[in-house]
Design a protein around this ligand. Sequence first.
Ligand SMILES: Nc1ncnc2c1ncn2[C@@H]1O[C@H](COP(=O)(O)OP(=O)(O)OP(=O)(O)O)[C@@H](O)[C@H]1O
Ligand SMILES: Nc1ncnc2c1ncn2[C@@H]1O[C@H](COP(=O)(O)OP(=O)(O)OP(=O)(O)O)[C@@H](O)[C@H]1O
Ligand SMILES: [Mg+2]
Ligand SMILES: [Mg+2]
Lengths: 460, 460
Amino acid sequence: MERFRQLSPSEFFYRNREIAGFSNPARAVYQTIRELVENALDAAETHGLLPEVRLNVELEADGKVRIRVEDEGVGISPLEMPNAFGRVLYGSKYVLRQSRGVFGLGVKMAVLYAQLTTGQPVKVRSSVRRASFVYEAEIAIDVERNLPIVKRLEVERNESRWHGTVVELVIRGDWSQARGRVEEYIKRTAMIAPYANIFAYGPQLLLEFNRSSTKLPPTPAVGKPHPRGVDVELLRKLIEEANKNSTLEEFLTENFDGVGPITARKFCEWAGFDANKKVRSLTIDEIETLAVKMQAFEGWRRPKPSTLSPLGEELLAKGVKEVLKPDFVTAVSRPPSSYAGHPFIVEVAVAYGGGIPLSEEPLLYRFANRIPLLYDEGVDVSMKVVKRIDWSVYKVKFPSQLAVVTHVCSTKVPFKGVGKEAVADVPELESEIEAGIRECSRRLRSYLSRMEKLMEARKW
Amino acid sequence: MERFRQLSPSEFFYRNREIAGFSNPARAVYQTIRELVENALDAAETHGLLPEVRLNVELEADGKVRIRVEDEGVGISPLEMPNAFGRVLYGSKYVLRQSRGVFGLGVKMAVLYAQLTTGQPVKVRSSVRRASFVYEAEIAIDVERNLPIVKRLEVERNESRWHGTVVELVIRGDWSQARGRVEEYIKRTAMIAPYANIFAYGPQLLLEFNRSSTKLPPTPAVGKPHPRGVDVELLRKLIEEANKNSTLEEFLTENFDGVGPITARKFCEWAGFDANKKVRSLTIDEIETLAVKMQAFEGWRRPKPSTLSPLGEELLAKGVKEVLKPDFVTAVSRPPSSYAGHPFIVEVAVAYGGGIPLSEEPLLYRFANRIPLLYDEGVDVSMKVVKRIDWSVYKVKFPSQLAVVTHVCSTKVPFKGVGKEAVADVPELESEIEAGIRECSRRLRSYLSRMEKLMEARKW
Ligand SMILES: Nc1ncnc2c1ncn2[C@@H]1O[C@H](COP(=O)(O)OP(=O)(O)OP(=O)(O)O)[C@@H](O)[C@H]1O
Ligand SMILES: Nc1ncnc2c1ncn2[C@@H]1O[C@H](COP(=O)(O)OP(=O)(O)OP(=O)(O)O)[C@@H](O)[C@H]1O
Ligand SMILES: [Mg+2]
Ligand SMILES: [Mg+2]
């Protein structure tokens, strides 16, 4: 007889941690650092602060690795600390706004990994802006019940008026195998965030990236869902929460991005709905029809890109220049586009020569919401595009010193897994990436032609 | 100010359904069918029953697709039906035993998809063996609270003494784009399960695979964890549940696979623990040391393969022959191995000529726990091995009619994602796959040499 069981989300991700990137002792070190650094950067950028991030790695006796990340970001309230660090699927990034974090899972995976390899809780120290106190807690996770266990909580006066967060954990991991990837990850983070101060110290690791720009990209704003991306469940829930006298027109204008009364009425007319009908009186069949019609209607305004925060061509080119030191670099920030109601912007840079290593294929640097992606390029949409481009058309002959940098920003990057390593080949996204790469490559071709002519002129 | 929120597991997987394979309307049809068919096959095989599985697909008005899967498996009790179909992370396959299902998520993803595209609940009809009644329910999911909503429940007398389950859902999906993949999936399922009756009917779909063998592979047994795979959290929890007078020796022999009193005492001596110490008196530091020592000890017995159910060379070769109709086929079932305490067996078949299409590369058919894997071969361990083999060593010249079939059985297949499409390159697994492929390829080489000689002989 089959024995049934309910798993809590913490049990589920504990048992299936490899799916979140914690697949072996080296990868676990890499993923732990990533989750902490990405949280630290979000904590600054999402709040208009220039990031200050400091990573420290220390090897302890018998294979333990102590990982500490400090930031001067927005900080976290002591009321939220236990759940934010000790309850899986808890977070502040479930809103429609571009950020690195999206799942409410990242730091908890690192806390779980520390707990299962060393039994040690995470140490969190934080103070929010203008706060009089600094709070420090040791937090573990009750895996069966998905609840935080606060093992210690201390408060001290915030004499220096510091704000930010320090997160420290001890895991068992393979630093020697992870070191190279961590270094690459930090370098690429500096490439995509030239306005950030990022320091990384550890055994055979000393990286100091001082910001080369004090210009922070625009802070993304929280947005409303776009009508193109609705589904029956979302509609049903929004209708349930709606005022019981709301008309369909009011419902549409209040809940969706870029829908004004005129567009709402135009839609209702096209879809065959009465704009004045009380939205709470719709049957489930009518809600289903409404969802289908909203997805199909061609008259919606394009999704607002105010929820996004692209780097812009200047910053992207600057970051690539600083880190790769090429002879030539060009960047493009494509116009906003969208898929399934989610706005996105593709940014591409192409760099050539100089400090770029010689290679038989283009060196692809992939980014999504400013996160460097180092694994699984075999199933990534950018790699798919790069592989099918005939580079000879752009005067590139291999082996060559060619680097392609792709950056996808979206309120929902179509990641292939919770480990955030590869981006799925959504058609709208794929065509924007191709357009961006070709646009930059045409400029590269002009540069290479000019260089060719210069070479010939010198012969004479 | 950041607004924090807790997501239920159903909300999480609803929002991130692409990560579970529901990434677009065509893929959703494929994944829905997969989840239902895999459950139907488990329901028979895990209970020593020969599978009878019938898939029906019907297109309805305005883009809806009705999917129905019927089986004559073990059935499901009406007490478990609501949670099994309406509560995410609920299932009967969280035990250490080979099965297709592992996450307690599959059918709920399909139910969620139906709910969000058509608002319609799943219809489940089931009867367990020797039951007097057949139960039929319509179940939806309360997404916010992760609870089932039973919309209808009917009972009728089980006149025909039928046992099994019927699952029916209506989703919005792209059947024309999915059809080809579904057909391939069903064919490959028949290849790996030649003892099953599998019928699939739908628009441009008519497949009837009658079993070519009545020999069912051994039913896997539920096992205990292997000491090699422990972690601090697992030990802490097992110790908490242990009898308060249990000694360390008793604790080890009662909770772990293949640990008898002699091995337990040998381990304690090697690790520097007192075998008679009350296990509940261990401190967290001692538990951590215990975990590290248990992972490192070389004296454990190999994991028992009784939790596995390999096809065996005869059945595998038979299945490949039936479906691919090659001139030559050979199969090998490697001896049991393990990684991180999880036993696994790799089975490989290599087929040549006959009905196999001509191709520039080997055609790779991947399976894990008898599930055909059709996507993401770019990050799959079997593809990684196949790509690095120099096939000319085995007398294969491309283009060629060569098929390689790999089957990984384990209590925990290292899938790269909850969508179960690719297997990660765990070193022990990778080397077994390579050994299996080379073993079969050597036999292929002998065959090709014999054919070569025959050809030459004919010339004379
Ligand atoms: N360094 C930090 N400073 C301020 N807040 C933080 C910091 N680290 C974590 N948090 C808060 O804790 C929450 C949970 O973090 P966690 O990494 O688990 O999830 P996430 O970042 O929201 O999503 P993801 O799983 O994609 O990383 C965050 O949403 C954020 O509100
Ligand atoms: N056709 C069926 N016959 C009998 N039991 C079934 C059937 N389909 C589902 N079940 C039961 O419902 C449970 C939940 O199924 P579900 O597909 O959600 O999870 P799973 O199969 O355990 O794991 P996975 O998410 O990997 O598929 C199963 O564990 C099984 O006990
Ligand atoms: Mg995070
Ligand atoms: Mg299942």
